[in-house]
Design a protein around this ligand. Structure first.
Ligand code: BDP
Length: 690
């Protein structure tokens, strides 16, 4: 549009026309400005004539619902009704009506009305709403949380979108406008809680000075239905107030936490609770004093209980002296089942190792019937190309939610064992490690926003398909034009498998460069390093073959799964190929289902990954006319990085593993363009990412 106006010969235009075109150009510029990605998926086209919205409910939350609908709803008058209805418990809502005559949103709570309003706007942007409609929605998990790994100095552990959104130095006096924008974005997808600080928690967060800052953030978030939680360091009483120890059984320690809880709730009456990483990767914890995880969690649970707070105790634990890191969480936690207070929930990463490109589900799911478990997913792409690679994570999370644990026979999926339907726990929750930062577009890569969006939507309803989520996100974020949406959606839906192929196909895992986890370093050897932090520990490549033997003849991690899964994973023949090298050490010449040998199959996977990224580039370039130049170019240049990185991954892994397999790379596939020696010299300077 601006191009046409700009290319007209100015000299021939009269004054009126000139003004008109100046105006059009300005609108064009403003539009472009608006497409810096800061808008996220939220509606932006204000209407001159506000929609008619009726309600008798008076609250800040409902005022937001009214304002959003007045500004963006283009259909018939909307009524917001608060009703008593058991089928609408929690945050649910019902929407009935007709786009052209009358729409009614009913909910049992104010936040339910706000969620209903956002849902209605989402439908307007993504569906054809001319018919009458009736929708009822209820979230699967009661608590839907983001975890920020943000440090108090403004850096973010594993953050790839700039510094933290939380401006600790400016608070409590200065309130960044982004706090409210953040709350609005989260509320629009049903997220209702946020842990503000890193799980590797600084004790300082519990100082009065910081709590006053936290209070200000909590005040901004409250009308959007978002509760604030904090990560706490178990050594806090010792570090902050010189107590002799931090033993959870020490009465002075108990008193300290009691007083702290009281102070917090005086400032923030609806404070959500604590998230704890204890006795993991060097963090202090109850085991330092011979106590168990349950002792530590229960201490905190007891002090939070009178105020309705909860404890999210992480099960991410492993020690270098164990034979298999993947087994440890199960070993440390299953025997504690039944020992936790009812306001404790265990937060468990989706897989048994650590957010790898692909992992089987963590066997703790389904194995602790007396204790609520909450899945922890990683939205930030620590192990998937940071904010450089386009990787849509909904398919990864769907694979996890839909995995059958068999804990109560067939059909006991991870989603069902965690959402309260198989084990009827009152407390149900889910967390995602956030990918936001102060970058103007929030997440670094324009498509990384889709992962924030997908997390919220799946936390609300894990039954939604990846396809539907991609479709919704694209239509709201870019355009509804099918000629754009269909190919862009297809890129998104393939992108995770693609990344798995060029990084770690067939169950390979943790082949990352030391520390920052960006590129490949399967050869990595750091003198004195913990063995379980080195790729060799995981790939176990030798002249015979490759892969970690977790079968009954190896570490026997398979035994932690229910039958028939354990038998299926245990046998080389029945183990799904996508997990093959996770569970087995497989000979290079092992015949795969395709008829190729394992070595050839690996080569084909790496190559397919590279070819797919090239295909994404071609597809994206064809979409130029549908996308504003700013986002188009940013995605284009990120895809170039991704294509280069994919070749880097392929060459590094194949050339290195070839030194064991001693076999040729099949002649049909693209030849390496690097020398292994050169790749082995690469040392990225990634200080900020560590
Ligand atoms: C690993 C990250 C590390 C985190 C840790 C955790 O590399 O930065 O602190 O997980 O979740 O994935 O505690």
């Amino acid at each position: 549009m601006t191009k046409t106006a700009g290319s007209l010969p100015w000299m021939v235009l009269n004054e009126k026309m000139r003004k008109f075109f100046v105006l059009i150009s300005l609108i064009g510029i403003l539009n472009l400005y608006a497409e810096d990605g800061s808008r996220l998926w939220l509606p932006d086209s204000y209407q001159e004539q506000p929609a008619v919205i009726q309600t008798k409910v008076k609250s800040e939350t409902v005022s937001i619902a009214v304002k959003e609908l007045e500004s963006y709803w283009k259909g018939a008058p909307v009524k917001l009704l608060k009703i008593k209805d058991k089928t609408l418990a929690c945050d649910g809502f019902r929407i009935e009506g007709d786009y052209d005559s009358q729409v009614t949103i009913r909910a049992a709570s104010d936040i339910g009305l706000l969620y209903g309003a956002y849902h209605l706007l989402r439908l307007q942007e993504t569906e054809n709403l001319s018919q009458s409609f009736k929708i009822q929605e209820q979230p699967a998990y009661a608590l839907r949380l983001l975890n920020h790994w943000d440090n108090l100095d403004g850096t973010i552990e594993r953050g790839y979108a700039g510094y933290s959104l939380w401006k600790w130095k400016e608070l409590p006096e200065t309130i960044s406008p982004r706090y409210e924008q953040y709350a609005r974005a989260n509320a629009s997808i049903g997220i209702n809680g946020t842990v503000l600080n890193n799980v590797n928690a600084s004790p300082d967060i519990l100082k009065t000075e910081y709590l006053q800052k936290v209070r200000v953030i909590a005040d901004v978030f409250r009308p959007y239905g978002i509760k604030v939680y904090l990560s706490v360091n178990m050594a806090s009483p010792k570090v902050l107030d010189d107590l002799a120890d931090a033993d959870p059984w020490n009465p002075a320690v108990i008193r300290w936490w009691k007083n702290k809880a009281q102070e917090i709730y005086r400032l923030i009456p609806d404070f959500g609770g604590f998230l704890v990483k204890a006795n993991s990767e060097g963090q202090p914890g109850p085991q330092d004093y011979g106590r168990t995880h349950a002792d530590g969690a229960n201490l905190l649970a007891d002090v939070l209980k009178p105020y309705g707070g909860i404890v999210m105790w992480r099960a991410f634990v492993y020690n270098p002296d164990q034979d298999d890191r993947a087994k440890q969480a199960y070993r440390e936690f299953v025997h504690l089942d039944g020992q936790f207070r009812d306001n404790v929930i265990l937060q468990v990463k989706n897989g048994p190792v650590d957010f790898q490109p692909r992992e089987p589900f963590n066997p703790l799911f389904g194995n602790m019937s007396q204790t609520p478990l909450m899945p922890e997913l990683q939205i930030t792409q620590e192990y998937l190309g940071f904010s450089n690679h386009l990787v849509f994570l909904a398919p990864q999370w769907k694979e996890f939610f839909d995995s059958d644990t068999y804990c109560q026979g067939e059909g006991s999926t991870v989603a069902q064992v965690t959402n309260g339907s198989i084990f009827p726990h009152r407390l149900t929750a889910i967390a995602g490690v956030a990918n936001t930062g102060e970058d103007i577009n929030w997440c670094g890569h324009p498509f990384a926003q889709a992962n924030w969006y997908a997390f919220g939507r799946l936390a609300w309803d894990p039954g939604l398909s990846s396809d539907r989520i991609a479709d919704e996100w694209l239509k709201q974020t870019f355009t509804k034009e099918e000629a754009f949406v269909a190919p862009a959606r297809s890129i998104m839906l393939q992108s995770w498998e693609t990344a798995v192929s060029y990084m770690m196909p067939l169950g390979l895992h943790h082949q990352f460069a030391w520390g920052h986890h960006y590129g490949p370093e399967p050869w990595c050897d750091v003198p004195g390093a913990r063995p379980d932090w080195l790729p060799k520990y995981y790939h176990q490549a030798d002249e015979e073959g490759i892969g970690f033997d977790r079968s009954s003849s190896g570490s026997n991690a398979v035994a932690q799964y229910f039958s028939p899964l354990k038998e299926q994973f245990n046998s080389l023949e029945s183990c799904p190929e996508k997990y093959l090298l996770w569970f087995h050490h497989v000979p290079w010449n092992y015949p795969m289902k395709s008829g190729r040998t394992l070595w050839d199959e690996m080569c084909y996977h790496y190559d397919a990954g590279v070819q797919q990224v090239r295909e994404f580039q071609k597809q994206w370039d064809k979409l130029e006319k549908y996308v504003d130049p700013e986002r188009f170019r940013l995605v284009q240049s990120k895809l170039r990085i991704q294509a280069k990185d994919a070749v880097w991954w392929k060459d590094a892994c194949l050339l290195y593993f070839q030194t064991f397999s001693n076999q040729v790379i099949p002649h049909e596939i693209e030849r390496p363009v690097h020398e292994l020696d050169d790749l082995m010299k690469i040392k990225l300077d990634m200080k900020h990412h560590n």
